[in-house]
Design a protein around this ligand. Structure first.
Ligand SMILES: C[S@@+](CC[C@H](N)C(=O)[O-])C[C@H]1O[C@@H](n2cnc3c(N)ncnc32)[C@H](O)[C@@H]1O
Length: 261
């Protein structure tokens, strides 16, 4: 991993945090509650994988958990630590690759929000990732993954759906738009944009291409089977339980997959 790894989408971490920094605290609390129930013991130490500027990380810390954020982008980790301090919260950040990382102590709960696992596009990446997560989970520990499965149907191509969010002197219009998909590899190309208006500064526009691997459910389940983790449960985006045997696709939108060590 290059020490100065930089994805253009994160060139202005504060703007990303405003655009993607909605309040998911009730959802995070519910996920931690499900994890504690399934584990049969309270959750004390939690990890956000691919934490970015730390939306969920702050929510974990606000629940009183020992909260650690892992990311490969130093500027995002700096922003996550600063934003947590500004909110009066204590978090720990760690620079690392989600395919190969070692924490100084195991966590009881890990979460990878917002399709972060889909940044793992290479063959074998997912099994490496699950193996690394398992090595950093306490026995019975839970890993919650927020993701949508492939295949991606053509009807989802190209539709813009911009949203705007503001905080303090920052106002950001963001979009995340599917441009193309390779049915054979599951690689999906997205255009991500941030139009940033900051009081007293010239407007800034970030437009970049992102590639996600939209694993289909059987591929994803095979990677789980090849790892030390087991599939524990599946929840819909609104957290209602789903039958893990039910076939899910992109049309089902984001779901939460619970894996357990
Ligand atoms: C979709 S963003 C999600 C950010 C944040 N969790 C949120 O919910 O807003 C994915 C994050 O994963 C990080 N990431 C991508 N690949 C990674 C890798 N191999 N190792 C560590 N972090 C990675 C990116 O830098 C980015 O912060």
């Amino acid at each position: 991993m290059p020490p100065d790894f930089t994805d253009p989408l994160y060139a202005d971490p504060d703007a990303y945090d405003v655009a993607y920094g909605w309040d998911s605290s009730a959802e995070t609390a519910a996920l931690v509650g499900h994890a504690a129930q399934r584990r049969g013991r309270p959750i004390r130490r939690a990890l956000e994988i691919g934490c970015g500027p730390g939306r969920v990380l702050r929510e974990l810390a606000a629940l009183g958990l020992d909260a650690i954020g892992l990311d490969r982008e130093p500027a995002l980790l700096e922003c996550a630590a600063r934003r947590a301090r500004e909110c009066g919260l204590t978090v720990t950040t760690q620079l690392g690759d989600m395919r190969d990382f070692v924490l100084d102590a195991p966590v009881d709960f890990a979460i990878c929000p917002l399709n972060g696992v889909c940044d793992l596009t290479g063959d074998g990446d997912l099994v490496r990732h699950f193996t690394a997560v398992a090595a950093n989970l306490s026995p019975g520990g839970i890993y919650a993954i927020e993701m949508s499965f492939g295949p991606v149907e053509k009807q989802f191509l190209g539709a813009p759906a911009p949203w705007r969010r503001s905080q303090g002197d920052l106002s950001v219009e963001a979009d995340w738009r599917l441009l193309d998909v390779d049915a054979e590899t599951g690689l999906a190309g997205y255009e991500a944009s941030l139009h940033i208006a900051r009081a007293g500064a010239a407007p800034r526009r970030i437009v970049c291409r992102h590639v996600h691997r939209k694993w289909d459910q059987p591929q994803f389940y095979r990677a789980i089977a090849d790892s030390p983790l087991v599939l524990a449960a599946m929840h819909a985006g609104d957290l209602t339980p789903l039958d893990p045997a039910r076939r899910l696709t992109y049309a089902d939108d984001n779901v939460f997959v619970f894996l357990q060590r």
